[in-house]
Design a protein around this ligand. Sequence first.
Ligand SMILES: NC(=O)c1ccc[n+]([C@@H]2O[C@H](COP(=O)([O-])OP(=O)(O)OC[C@H]3O[C@@H](n4cnc5c(N)ncnc54)[C@H](O)[C@@H]3O)[C@@H](O)[C@H]2O)c1
Ligand SMILES: [Zn+2]
Length: 381
Amino acid sequence: MPLIHSELPSRIHVGRRLVARVGELLRADGHRGNRAVVLSGQSARRLYGNAVVSSLRGAGYQVTTLPLPSGEGAKDLAVAARIFQELAARRVDRSAVLIGLGGGVVTDLAGYVAANYLRGLSLAQVPTTLLAQVDASVGGKCALNVAPGKNNVGAIHHPCTVVVDPDTLSSLDDSRLAGGFAEAVKFGAVLSGAYLALLERDAEALLARVPVALDAIIEDALELKTRLLLRDLNDEGEQELLLFGHTLAGALEVLLFPEGPTHGEAVAIGISFAGHLAAVSGFADPLTGERLRELLRRFGLPTALPPVSAERVVAAMRYDKKVRDGRARFVLVRRPGWAEICDRIEPAAVLEALRRTQEEPLAPVRSVSAAFHPSPSKVVG
Ligand SMILES: NC(=O)c1ccc[n+]([C@@H]2O[C@H](COP(=O)([O-])OP(=O)(O)OC[C@H]3O[C@@H](n4cnc5c(N)ncnc54)[C@H](O)[C@@H]3O)[C@@H](O)[C@H]2O)c1
Ligand SMILES: [Zn+2]
């Protein structure tokens, strides 16, 4: 069972069947209190709640479980306020550990609550979607949505323990699994050409959920993200690069909520757009963007802008967190593994890139070959 980078404030455990060992891992990581509060989404609670709760009891915890509503709409101040009230009513004190069990919505909400309740509780994350396992559960960023923004009210609160169990992905439907591949493509584009090449080589195996392939891309993504975190733990610089594709993604999520794309799908469309923007602005070879779009399409992810006017999209992108002094800033990729923040992009280039994204082919129907069994190798670590 790999434990990645002990210099981080979080200890990250990756391995199969670890959901049944959460209590033991918390103790091994030094948590001493005797109270655990599990915040979980509906699916994760139904599928993995019992295993987590039994392991906590087995490690001597008194356990409280609090159900959360599902969906992006749960990342809401009113939902957080209800959890604060529940915690206070149950006299949860600062010796407790709060555990987020679920996808990125749950890990963000759990992080926000842990950061703010009594000015900070210990936090553990048990992510159960690929997107949350490779990205949302690690790094301490946690945010809620306050209209008209997205992820615009939050904190940085590092979990003491993160338990990533790839077995939990077996219950995820294909489209939700694909959302995690969008963030994985982001890591390859921004941080490592070798990781991108691994995704390209193993795309079929990943779609077929071959365990050795999935485990490798999860471990390597966590390695890439933790290396970045060690350089910018408090999100004051380089971490912004992980917002590649997220300028347009955030705008689409806000404009089209609740029928619009999921976060992972919106990120895929955002990466598609960012590739066009880099090409239109002369920042990168058009082939770089096309390579990313091709891989996203292989994962069954959308690369075309949904029907929404460019003017509305541009207006919504003004709420992006990267905006400084009113100036839009975009993460652009020059070549896989090399990204920069660009703040001198002409409005005409943005409109042309949106037009090209609108003309992208519609999402393909995916065919998966379950018989494909490659032997992936680690690219980092
Ligand atoms: N804090 C960060 O650094 C960070 C990074 C990336 C994304 N995010 C956030 O993550 C969120 C998206 O996360 P997501 O894609 O995991 O969506 P999600 O949390 O909404 O989960 C997707 C769906 O899958 C269900 N589910 C969860 N685990 C399951 C399982 N094992 N089996 C079956 N169903 C399961 C959930 O109940 C939900 O209906 C967004 O709000 C995004 O802003 C945060
Ligand atoms: Zn994201």
